[in-house]
Design a protein around this ligand. Structure first.
Ligand code: AMP
Length: 435
């Protein structure tokens, strides 16, 4: 279905067309009419499905239909999202969609001076896109008034709850106009998300565009078995040989991310890093350079990369598998977006085989394995067999040594002898003379 069939204002249609969108994605087809009718929405939609436009476009249309003057107390839409990157990205999208409208969008997140944001809040904004913690700080400092909010969106609700934002969200909800329309988007539905949805939504329209915890069909997934210590070598080889130009690489820790970036750069693969300890400016620069193609590999930790939208990103590498199987789905959702194809590569050490099994169980399929010649990892069973073989060989040798030593001793000492037990496998049996 095309956007024209939903009678959007020409200003919005023009902007959508400039974004290159033609047909609606499934979540858009379902959410847009429901939101325009004024219904609350509970949507199970993973990243990459076009969910930002699914809530932003009907909100913009409704604001277009009922214009009001922007004043300090006139924020009309509040969008809460787990990370700063995601907040910036949503704001960028909304700015694109509303470029032919008179709408102001403000992002509020931590890591930036509170005072600077407070000044901007005083000037007012139609739409605020925020992370919960920082928004609450401003609310408590009375820097903004949410009593005129008509639309409240919780984006990636599962991530926000995982990150411990539930009490901040509840406090924020207390401050928001009670007669608002609520939209909740989440990739997964834990009992905590269900409870939040129950507390927040009134007779919501339920939308599920993909089965829970599924991975997009447009992403092909492969596993490269490799020893942990040889992962970097294999990664550099794959990037180089296969000529991957834009690769998002996930590591388990910040230290691992820093180390990997240094090594990739030494290997001649231009790389940058985003993780929680990096200053906001550095993170933005790294992301911009990656998007512009100035760096080839962006190495990221879980949280820093949450929700990153990089147009046409083809390759996502799990340098380390995530601790939680669910995060695998989130990670590889960075590629294969909006129907485009992508490849998710996991470098899996023997120690990670168990996590891999959990992931395969969660997504309901076995991942294809590719063994690169020279990087083979012996299977666990094979390794156990090898160890057993080595042990029985050592025992046999020890027995032979013992017998040999005994015969020599017997020859030397005649019949009067006492054997002293030998504990090592190499040293010959000691023999004590009895006089
Ligand atoms: P999201 O799930 O909101 O993060 O969107 C994922 C990507 O899909 C973004 O790059 C959007 O710009 C893009 N997108 C959203 N809707 C459409 C559409 N109808 N057609 C093509 N691309 C879209």
């Amino acid at each position: 279905m095309r956007f024209e069939s939903f009678s959007f204002a020409p200003e919005i249609l023009r902007a959508i067309s400039e974004c290159g969108y033609q047909k609606m994605t499934p979540v858009q087809q379902e959410a847009i009419p429901a939101i325009r009718r004024g219904q609350d929405v509970l949507a199970s939609a993973q990243t990459g499905t076009g969910k930002t436009a699914a809530f932003a476009l009907p909100i913009l249309q409704k604001m277009f239909d009922n214009p009001t003057e922007t004043q300090r107390s006139n924020t009309r839409a509040l969008i809460l999202t787990p990370t700063r990157e995601l907040a910036s990205q949503i704001a960028d999208n909304i700015n694109d969609y509303s470029k032919y409208m008179e709408v102001s969008v403000l992002t509020i997140y931590g890591g930036v001076k509170l005072e600077t944001q407070a000044q901007k809040l005083k000037r007012g904004a139609d739409i605020i896109v925020a992370t919960p913690g920082r928004l609450l700080e401003h609310l408590q400092a009375c820097n903004l008034n949410l009593s005129n909010v008509d639309f409240m969106v919780l984006d990636e609700a599962d991530r926000m709850l995982d990150m411990g934002f539930i009490s901040d969200i509840q406090k924020i909800m207390q401050a928001v106009n009670k007669n608002r329309q609520n939209l909740l988007f989440s990739a997964t539905f834990s009992s905590a998300v269900k409870k939040l949805a129950n507390d927040m939504l009134v007779k919501p329209k339920l939308i599920s565009v993909d089965s829970q915890n599924s991975t997009a069909d447009t992403v092909s997934q492969v596993v490269y078995p490799v020893e942990q210590r040889r992962k970097r070598e294999l990664l550099s080889e794959l990037i180089g040989k296969k000529n991957w130009q834009q690769v998002l690489v996930f590591t388990a820790t910040r230290d691992a991310a820093d180390k990997l970036v240094k090594e990739l750069n030494l290997d001649g693969i231009t790389s940058a890093v985003v993780h929680g300890e990096k200053a906001q400016g550095n993170r933005r620069r790294a992301l911009r350079e990656f998007k512009e193609g100035k760096v080839r590999a962006l190495v990221a930790t879980e949280v820093a990369a949450r929700g990153l939208d990089i147009q046409d990103l083809e390759y996502v590498v799990n340098y380390d598998l995530p601790f939680l199987a669910e995060d695998y789905v989130h990670r590889i959702g960075r590629t294969g977006r909006a129907g485009k194809s992508g490849v998710a590569i996991s470098l899996v050490s023997r120690e990670e085989e168990r996590t891999l099994a959990d992931i395969e169980k969660l997504i309901g399929k076995q991942l294809r394995r590719i063994t690169v010649p020279g990087y083979e990892v012996g299977s666990r069973e094979l390794l156990i067999k090898q160890i057993q073989k080595r042990r029985s060989f050592a025992k046999k040798q020890q027995r032979e040594d013992n017998t040999g030593a005994q015969m020599i001793a017997e020859k030397n000492l005649g019949s009067r002898r006492v054997k002293v037990k030998n504990s090592s496998n190499k040293a010959p049996t000691k023999v004590k003379k009895i006089r």
